[in-house]
Design a protein around this ligand. Structure first.
Ligand code: CTP
Ligand code: ZN
Length: 155
């Protein structure tokens, strides 16, 4: 490791590295971490990275976050790497994979969409890559979301 350590190592938990610069707060939102959460979280924003220029890092101590939840991060940070840590050692390292569908994590921008009515419907979106950008389409009304950042809700 040639880069200077931006935040200290953790004993146990989940490290999300190589997050696109500026997206760490949205990563926390996707993971449902906000004011009042009890998790111990270390975070760095806009730190220098050899591969990315600048990047963000999020470390959640004492918690092994599930793969399905982590893969949602690919919506906003497709190059994020996950490191699962036990006793200071990395025992698993993998890249996030863009899911084909996501449930619950986004809201539909279409006011008339059935998911925005009072019906208790689980919001679902179909996800694809078009020319290097993530395209998300509402399963119910077909509305496309191009600026995914704006429609993320905490889960
Ligand atoms: N890390 C941590 N606590 C540990 C071990 C590692 O917080 N006990 C973090 C490191 O700070 C880094 C990430 O986990 O952010 C990956 O660690 P490592 O593989 O050692 O770093 P790199 O070689 O730079 O990673 P990569 O190959 O993914 O670029
Ligand atoms: Zn819709």
């Amino acid at each position: 490791m040639t880069e200077q350590l931006a935040v200290s190592k953790i004993k146990e938990g989940t490290v999300i590295d190589h997050i696109n610069a500026g997206k760490a707060l949205l990563v926390l939102k996707i993971l449902g971490i906000s004011a009042g959460s009890k998790e111990r979280v270390l975070m760095a924003m806009n730190v220098p990275s050899r591969k990315m220029g600048r990047k963000d890092i999020v470390k959640v101590e004492g918690k092994f976050i599930g793969e399905e939840e982590l893969n949602r991060i690919a919506l906003i940070a497709p190059k994020a790497t996950i490191n699962l840590i036990k006793d200071y050692e990395i025992y698993k390292k993998f890249r996030v994979v863009l899911p084909e569908t996501v449930e619950g994590v986004l809201t539909c921008p279409n006011r008339h969409c059935i998911t925005n009515s009072r019906e208790p419907i689980v919001r679902r979106f179909n996800v694809s890559m078009v020319d290097d950008s993530v395209v998300v389409k509402c399963h119910y009304c077909g509305r496309k979301i191009t600026e995914v950042d704006k429609y993320i809700v905490s889960t």
